[in-house]
Design a binder for this molecule. Structure first.
Ligand code: PLP
Length: 485
């Protein structure tokens, strides 16, 4: 019986080997032929669901059958984020070395919650965060951990701020009896900040969205006024989240002034550089972190713009003490080897279980080296800035925000259309027509109330001709729309 079982497993492994080889061929073909796919999935709601059986299979299906269905049913419903004409949202880019590392990670299938559960994972993560710290020019006292997302990291920052401000009373006794605690960010900061204020139990009413200046960066005078008003009215200001590359328009909040304000008012200063943090690989862009000495925590996502597969969010803290004191907990069943000498990253974030994410960073950073990473990011920024110049030169288009990095925000503004509502609708049609064509994918936002088209450049495979083709398509689509005036 035991022998039969062992034999069956051995056969499974040989089948796995064969399937894996076939799959790698498919993967390489997919990456080679990406441009043949429509960028955004061209399916309607429910189209995939109705092709999936309502009940799970009672007998096993072969890998061939499953993969065949994947190609027939699932693939047409996928949006191809690695397509070189993906210009939507911010990128969630990937790269061959990162994919290879993910294969290894999935194969080993380790759960890396503590040092003992995989010492190499913990120590590689520690070293990778030191490398990243150096690559983006953070001061050497910062220490980091890989989290699943910037949202989770920002939650950790707000929780640490809450606990530091109350001398860890909320951890012990809950929020009752505490003053209202206030968190600040600009009107342009990411929605995850407000979500986290709610999760942290502080109440949405205690999140202050501070007005921005004409560059969409926070107005620091308004920030000071809001803090002083809250203090005068008996509330406790605890945390400021500065945006380094806001989602709508890539605005850069002035860190130096903000750090000074936070120091004066004893606020935890967290920097959300989810997307733009990767650009710090270029030392010429480190003006964005002038004032970093006054920052308590900083997050950026290598899974956005540093060629590393989702998920991989790098969270740095000036001193891990507050984070560990806020989150660590040690039941008997988690006591493990290593003692004080090791890092148990389970205490550095919300979930206990952790994937082995450091491996893909190691593969990526070694495969490209700092120089090539810098070159790739610089190229994206150059493409975006050239595009902004071209858009600015057209009489019937207008830029709606500065382009400090690789995001261009603009709209079509033909002289014949004066009504703001009509302008919004014309621009909405441009985005829809391009996305429906499958040739490229772009998204929108609102800036000063106006519908703005966003072109975000950051895919590893994006070349100049992809950007030029998109711009020609935008002009052609816009000018081809029959205006009702
Ligand atoms: N912060 C900014 C500035 C973002 O642009 C985003 C997402 O695009 C986030 C936070 C949220 O990132 P995540 O999906 O890693 O939580």
């Amino acid at each position: 019986m035991v022998e039969r079982f062992a034999k069956a497993i051995k056969m499974d492994i040989e089948k796995f080997r064969q399937n894996a080889h076939e799959l790698v061929d498919w993967m390489a073909d997919y990456l080679r032929d990406l441009e043949e796919y429509p960028v955004r999935a061209q399916v309607s709601p429910g189209e995939i669901l109705k092709q999936l059986p309502s009940n799970p299979p009672s007998r096993s299906d072969s890998f061939e059958e499953i993969f065949d269905d994947f190609q027939k049913i699932v693939l047409p419903g996928m949006t191809h984020w690695q397509h070189p004409s993906f210009f939507a949202y911010f990128p969630a880019n990937s790269s061959p070395p990162s994919v290879l590392a993910e294969m290894v990670t999935a194969t080993i299938g380790a759960q890396c919650m503590s040092w003992e559960t995989s010492p190499a994972a913990a120590e590689l993560e520690q070293r990778m965060m030191e490398w990243l710290r150096e690559i983006i020019g953070l001061p050497s006292e910062f220490q980091g951990v890989i989290q699943d997302s910037a949202s989770s990291a920002t939650l950790c920052a707000i929780l640490s701020a809450r606990e530091r401000a109350t001398d860890w009373r909320v951890n012990r006794a809950g929020l009752s009896g505490e003053p209202d605690m206030v968190v600040y960010g600009s009107t342009e900061c990411h929605s995850s900040v407000e979500k986290n204020v709610k999760i942290a139990g502080l109440g949405k009413k205690n999140f202050r969205k501070i007005q921005v200046t004409d560059t969409f960066a926070i107005d620091t005078r308004a920030l000071v006024d809001a803090i002083e008003r809250d203090k005068a009215e008996g509330r406790l200001p605890i945390c400021m989240v500065a945006a380094l590359g806001s989602t709508s328009s890539s605005a850069i909040d002035p860190l130096l002034d903000i750090a000074d304000i936070c120091k004066r008012h004893r606020l935890w200063l967290h920097v959300d550089a989810a997307w733009a943090g990767s650009a710090l690989v270029d030392p010429e862009l480190r003006w964005m972190i002038d004032g970093i000495e006054g920052v308590d925590s900083f997050v950026f996502n290598p899974h956005k713009w540093l060629f590393t597969n989702f998920d991989c969010s790098a969270y740095f803290v000036r001193s891990p003490d507050a984070l560990l004191k806020t989150l660590s907990i040690l039941p008997e069943y988690l006591k493990s080897e290593g003692g004080e000498a090791v890092r148990n990253y389970r205490d550095w974030g919300v979930p206990l279980g952790r994937r082995f994410r450091a491996l893909k960073l190691w593969f990526v950073l070694r495969s490209y080296g700092i120089e090539q990473l810098r070159k790739m990011i610089r190229t994206h920024i150059d493409y975006a800035q050239e595009l902004a110049l071209e858009i600015g030169a057209e009489r019937d288009f207008e830029l709606l925000a500065p382009t400090p990095l690789a995001l261009v925000c603009f709209r079509y503004r033909p002289t014949k259309v004066a009504s703001p509502v009509e302008l919004d609708s014309v621009n909405e049609r441009i985005v829809k027509e391009i996305n429906d064509s499958g040739a490229a994918y772009l998204t929108h936002t609102r800036l000063n109330g106006a519908y703005a088209i966003r072109i975000s450049i950051g895919q590893a495979g994006t070349k100049q001709h992809h950007v030029k083709n998109l711009w020609s398509r935008v002009k052609q689509t816009a000018r081809g729309i029959r205006l009702v005036v």
